[in-house]
Design a binder for this molecule. Sequence first.
Ligand SMILES: NC(=O)c1ccc[n+]([C@@H]2O[C@H](COP(=O)([O-])OP(=O)(O)OC[C@H]3O[C@@H](n4cnc5c(N)ncnc54)[C@H](OP(=O)(O)O)[C@@H]3O)[C@@H](O)[C@H]2O)c1
Length: 295
Amino acid sequence: MADQKIAFIGLGKMGIPMSQNLIKKGYSLTVYNRTKDKTKPLADAGAKVANSPKEAAAGADVIVSMIADDTALHQVSIDPNGAFEGAKSGAIYIDMSTVSPGASAIVDEAAKKKGIKYLRAPVSGSTVLAAAGTLTVFASGPKDAYDKCVDVLGCFGQKVFHVGTGEEARYLKLVMNMMVGLTSAMTAEALTFGEAGGMNWEQMIDIVGASVVASPLIGYKSAMLKARNYAPAFTAAQMAKDFDIMIEAGRSKNIPMPMTALIRQFWATMMATGKGNQDFFSLVQVLEEMAGMKK
Ligand SMILES: NC(=O)c1ccc[n+]([C@@H]2O[C@H](COP(=O)([O-])OP(=O)(O)OC[C@H]3O[C@@H](n4cnc5c(N)ncnc54)[C@H](OP(=O)(O)O)[C@@H]3O)[C@@H](O)[C@H]2O)c1
């Protein structure tokens, strides 16, 4: 249904390629980003540029956001200049960011008051998959709204799921990032151990990648690990934000999460030692430093 008018809010590392995919699929697009410079590639590709989320949402059938965190979610949706002030009744709002179930529930209440249909649709996969349109998308919220947006969501990923009518997708995203974050810590510790034992760095990563512990995630990260190129697809600071959301959601339900709590300390270490804006898989540098093997 490329006749739906779309507003896209948040042109960060993920939002730029995701919104470009909407244009490629023929959607009429209005974009908003807090830092206006970043709208240029979209304007060049034919998107209209709005001066506020409110202005972007005016007349849109579907409003999509891909922003940093809980604060940004509220600023772009429910605040006075937010999308809900400009949106028509019956519009569908899809937030695809990783935010807390609590902040999301506040948006849900506001959406219901305004007659806006609210889908939470976080994604699994990083910038490379966002560019390829092959993210995994899991949505929760009203099923009729989901059915109307399957084609829009299909621009971002080929695997698209409806997982519930409330905050389920927020929890599922946190489940995945918990496993992703813990994988990076496990990998960092094990590789440092192997290196200290004399294993050739590149050969070790290749053989791990061909072994029973291989995973798509370790596969995506093996080239950057071998090259020690820690340009971020997803930063340690972003992972810290997600771990904080998990720990708070777990605390509120009395769910023990000892490993999550422990690994949160490593994201703090990275941020305190100037590595917060590196890719989270560069946690291996911290383990190497702790082992006296500074690289
Ligand atoms: N990167 C990944 O691999 C990945 C994968 C899956 C999910 N995610 C999640 O997707 C979301 C976006 O990630 P990203 O990597 O694209 O982040 P990013 O590059 O840091 O971009 C963040 C975006 O949010 C905007 N923003 C931040 N604070 C704002 C505020 N207070 N008001 C309005 N806009 C605000 C930024 O605007 P400015 O340009 O003005 O700063 C930017 O457009 C995050 O929730 C992240 O956890 C990321």
